[in-house]
Design a protein around this ligand. Structure first.
Ligand code: FE2
Length: 198
């Protein structure tokens, strides 16, 4: 019985993509969208975690800034997952698969000052945006509809990253975290930057 189900699944998976593009190309691209889906699911959970764990004098501004980003990124997961399904590849949205497949460590900041979370979140946004740009480059050769979806989402996330980065800049526009190589280092440098300004 299980074998039969597997065969049926495989045939369904291999059977179609959107009209007008090669089935193999469409499915290859849709499989790449899985990495966008994992990144976005990780991002909205991480943003919510920061929303809950931010403390200190900048609490209310950062706490309130993060919720609309959580909602927008969660909406993006739905769009990406449904695009995958439309292109003939089943999206995987379970937490176990996300943890199994991701090539990054879990967000490393717990209860912390707003600047520490912002320094670390800047790095999280960079990772998600870089992956979106990688897949949208590939989409450009195969499917402009998917490319358009990813361009819109990338632009929106870049704007949210600017909201985060604006907190980390000095009067000359320099990011206090520019030499950081980890979330913890970025968090520490962001706090140093705060002290230098105060
Ligand atoms: Fe809340």
């Amino acid at each position: 019985m299980a074998g039969k189900q597997n065969t049926r699944k495989k045939n369904l998976k291999d059977s179609y993509t959107v009209p007008g593009i090669d089935v193999e190309d469409g499915q290859k691209l849709a499989q790449q969208l899985q990495s966008c889906l994992h990144n976005l699911n990780d991002l909205h959970l991480t943003l919510k975690h920061a929303h809950w764990n931010v403390v200190g004098p900048k609490f209310i501004g950062v706490h309130k800034m993060l919720d609309p980003q959580v909602d927008a990124v969660r909406e993006m997961t739905d769009t990406v997952a449904e695009r995958m399904a439309t292109m003939g590849v089943p999206p995987v949205g379970t937490p176990g698969a996300l943890v199994r497949d991701r090539d990054w460590e879990d967000y490393s900041i717990g209860l912390a000052q707003a600047s520490e979370h912002l320094g670390a979140l800047d790095r999280v946004y960079s990772r998600v945006i870089e992956n979106h740009r990688r897949v949208l480059d590939m989409a450009g050769d195969i499917d402009p509809i998917t490319e358009d979806m990813l361009i819109g989402q990338t632009g929106e996330m870049e704007q949210y990253q600017w909201f985060v980065r604006a907190h980390l800049q000095d009067d000359e526009g320099q990011l206090s975290t520019s030499s950081a190589t980890s979330e913890k280092e970025a968090a520490a440098q962001a706090m140093e930057g705060d002290r230098a300004i105060d």
